[in-house]
Design a protein around this ligand. Structure first.
Ligand code: AMP
Ligand code: ZN
Length: 479
């Protein structure tokens, strides 16, 4: 059982270096809460939820931190344009805090619907301004900053490894960054603002050693991750749009300040397209979770759809694909119910081997950079085999219990199936009566069969005849 992750830093799969039982720090770049999250935005959070679930299932002690960006994220990731939150605040004539809090709640509600677990620390940028100022001061002391009338900048040329994450050298970065806001006082196009100054119309402002202003978006993640996870931690995640700007900036400012490696593993999720097109307002394809619900589909069907594609592969969302995901998920839940209700008596001595084989393959897929798509492929083969065995009555109740246990283990990672339907506990004598009745039916002894049915009912159970034999249902709800 060795977990491997694709680390964007090395552009290769690397073995996860920790042992079960050890602590694992995981920081996931969170949303900028200026509007409802669209379904593309939600993709990374499902991916990292599965990552956390996998680590926890393997007994790592995970501390999961995620930020809520409620200040400083400008319309363009490269520090240009208006602050996203303030733009909405002006449009809706509300305060930036009201906007941020409203969309944070909406975001958390979407996560809940998709069974994404809340991080242990969900941290708001505007509540961590002193930590950000302290980090900038540290950088200033070490000579990594310079100040212009528009703000305090990080001097990327003082950090020679700057382009490592993006896999670009400083000249290439210059070329890539032609679109970056012109600030003639900037020494290099890749330099980025740590603290913004002289923006009198900005609503959220704080005093700082450099004057009134507000933090840059990038410094938020460094200050908050280090506060909750320490100067060096294990896993840092985000969407792959962060590979070229946001994450190189986080690495530069954190490592320059501490002299330590910031995070060991950098995982990035791929983008999603809609009907093979970019999501955009003009194409009217910026769908929200509520649009999924308005199509009479469940948010969990969307989670299932995401799981059917590896997190690093681009995904093409269509209404057809999510409908198919809903159908497959429904089949899984029906399968689970069938297993829960199954009451056959023919014990199968190959079942342990069948489960062990499926378990090995599924775990190997999870361990291989969280390949949920491959795991689901294995699982659907397993489902077909087991359904076949139930059709032929070649399983016992005890066998189905083992199968259910295995599926529950798998779902600790996937978080998508429904086991809620309470399994009825059937007393041994009732099961025996039902088996005797089944035998009577087979020998066409209807009188005996009816007598046994009456006896079963006296015990509080109804017996139904099914394709694979019989099913027992409690007449009164279990208490
Ligand atoms: P924002 O809240 O605007 O900062 O966006 C949050 C994150 O959502 C982005 O940084 C991306 O990683 C992710 N994201 C945005 N659009 C898509 C998309 N179409 N597919 C997948 N992820 C996306
Ligand atoms: Zn971040």
């Amino acid at each position: 059982m060795v977990i491997q992750f694709y680390n964007t830093l090395s552009r290769s799969k690397e073995l996860f270096h920790k042992e079960p039982g050890q602590k694992v720090g995981m920081y996931c770049c969170g949303p900028t809460v200026y509007y409802f999250a669209h379904i593309g935005n939600l993709r990374p959070y499902v991916a990292w939820d599965v990552l956390r679930r996998l680590l926890e299932q393997r007994k790592f002690k995970v501390t999961h931190v995620m930020n809520i960006t409620d200040v400083g994220h400008l319309v363009s990731d490269d520090d240009s344009g208006e602050d996203k939150i303030e733009k909405t605040a002006r449009e809706q004539q509300k305060s930036p805090e009201e906007i941020a809090d409203f969309y944070t709640d909406a975001f958390l509600y979407d996560l809940e619907k998709m069974r994404v677990q809340l991080p242990h620390h969900l941290v708001k940028a505007r509540k961590h301004i002193p930590e950000m100022i302290a980090l900038i001061q540290k950088l200033e002391k070490k000579g990594y900053t310079y100040t212009t009338p528009s703000g305090v900048y990080f001097d990327t040329q003082k950090f020679p490894q700057y382009g490592k994450m993006a896999n670009l050298n400083m000249d290439e970065l210059k070329a890539v960054r032609q679109d970056v806001e012109r600030d003639d006082a900037k020494k290099h196009p890749a330099d980025f603002r740590l603290w913004q100054l002289n923006q009198p119309h900005h609503l959220q402002q704080w005093d700082s050693p450099w004057g009134r202003g507000y933090p840059g978006w990038h410094i938020e993640c460094s200050a908050m991750s280090m506060k909750y996870l320490g100067e060096h931690f294990d896993i840092h995640t985000g969407g792959n749009d962060h590979i070229n700007i946001h994450h190189p900036n986080e690495i530069a400012q954190s490592e320059a300040a501490t002299g330590k490696k910031f995070a060991d593993y950098w995982l990035h999720s791929a983008f999603m397209r809609i009907d093979n097109q970019k999501m955009s307002k003009s194409l009217k394809n910026v769908y929200l979770i509520r649009d999924i619900e308005n199509h009479q589909l469940k948010p969990l069907a969307y989670r299932f759809l995401l799981l059917t594609t590896h997190y690093r592969s681009e995904l093409n969302f269509t209404w057809e694909s999510i409908r198919a995901a809903q159908t497959t998920l429904d089949k899984w839940n029906e399968f689970i119910q069938r297993l829960q209700k199954y009451a056959g008596a023919h014990s199968n001595n190959e079942i342990n081997a069948l489960i062990a084989q499926a378990k090995e393959k599924v775990e190997a897929s999870f361990d291989d950079d969280i390949n949920t798509a491959e795991a689901l492929g294995e699982l659907s083969q397993f489902q077909r085999r087991v359904n076949g065995l139930m059709d032929q009555q070649k399983l016992s109740k005890a066998d189905t219990r083992k199968i259910l246990e295995f599926l529950q283990d798998v779902d600790e990672v996937l978080g998508v199936f429904d086991f809620a339907q309470q399994e009825t506990i059937i007393p041994a004598n009732v099961l025996q009566l039902a088996q005797q009745r089944e035998a009577a039916r087979k020998s066409k002894d209807w009188a005996q069969s009816d007598a046994l049915r009456a006896q079963i009912e006296k015990e509080g159970f109804a017996v139904l005849d099914t394709k694979e034999g019989f099913e027992l249902k409690a007449l009164k709800p279990a208490h």
